[in-house]
Design a protein around this ligand. Structure first.
Ligand SMILES: [Cu+2]
Length: 114
């Protein structure tokens, strides 16, 4: 009985110790999102802006020539799905997700895909 109690207590202490570093240490993940419908610099900045608005996003860059957005984000706060959704809601496609039709309609004519 006494032995069990000691085991339980040490188990609890161990759980407490292993939890605190995780809370302080933010895990960043970098992902690339295909933004095939981005046409120009203004598209690139619109996508960058949309991505940076997502909670947990640390850095976002769009390479307009390669049509790829590179995003560094805290993996415990944001997910790739959230990032893709931010891009589609800005009116652009993200990976295999299509742009939000309403947002797409609001884009400048030159930014629309023929
Ligand atoms: Cu554009």
């Amino acid at each position: 009985m006494k032995f069990t109690l000691v085991l339980l207590t040490s188990g609890l202490v161990f759980a407490g110790c292993s939890k605190s570093p995780e809370q302080n240490q933010v895990k960043f993940e970098t992902t690339s999102i295909k933004v095939e419908t981005a046409q120009c610099g203004s598209c690139a900045s619109a996508i960058t802006k949309a991505l940076k608005k997502v909670d947990g996003v640390h850095k976002a860059d769009v390479d307009i020539d390669k049509k790829v957005a590179t995003v560094k984000f805290a993996s415990d706060k944001a997910s790739i799905t959230q990032l893709e959704d931010a891009v589609t809601k800005a009116g652009y496609s993200a990976n295999d997700k299509k742009s939000d039709p309403t947002a797409y309609e609001k884009l400048d004519e030159c930014c629309k895909v023929e």
